[in-house]
Design a protein around this ligand. Sequence first.
Ligand SMILES: [Cu+2]
Length: 290
Amino acid sequence: MRLNITLTIALALLASACAKADERTYPLQGQVLSLEPARKQLTIKHEEIKGFMPAMTMPYEVRDEKLLSGLVAGDLINATLVVVSNGAYLSTIKKVGQAPLEKPPAEAPNPPAASSGFELVKPGQPVPDAPFLDQDGKARRFSAFRGAPIVVTFIYTKCPLPTFCPLMDRHFVTLQKSLKADASLKNVHLVTVSFDPLTDTPPVLKEHAKRLSADLSRWTFLTGDRDEVDRFAARFGVSVSRAMNDPRDITHNLRTAIVGADGTLVKTYTGNDWSPEQILADLKTLGSRT
Ligand SMILES: [Cu+2]
């Protein structure tokens, strides 16, 4: 019995040591802009996290929803950000003050079309066209992908948070595998557009594709003129803002979309809570429709 307990403790210690191996923690200071207790999420406008990411406004997750109780928008907090290989969450949150809210959270809908000049594409409407460069530096217009259904997403390769752009990459890796395995979906093409052309040049995208084991005959990485990319992405609901003093300091939301073989929008997925299974299911209904 005694031996058993010792063994159990030893195993538990070993397990926690392993779990901690790739875990990094950072202090995070900022202001709560909004709370979504049902999704165990809160949006925080935070200061630079030294050695990890610039100042940013982003949604963060908690694993323990009790951490959110008593918090309201406007609270100033000190928190601990835990980053693991495939996720990130806040493990402690301490309220240290209150301040008036300045501006709406980053995930707020884009400004009305009249003021921005960019209207969101609606399902059934043709998606915009734009010139891009692919990972080989070859000129590719978005319209050139017509003829096959496309799943398109928007990322930047330097994105530090595993639950954001890197999650889109992991989902696309999963999609690539499933599309290969399903004969009825074998013509579906994956497209990843970078909204950080300054860093994400064709060679950088090529290296990124390699790291993801992307099959370039089914998955294309695009970069291009920053204004063109921004205009194109905005039509899908992507909003990107870059710091004045460092354009690589990017605050962004996430959008992923299915575009039909005829070049019209089928469906847009918001944020990071869609699953590859959901997209596969939607692609299948698309296949049976045409
Ligand atoms: Cu990102």
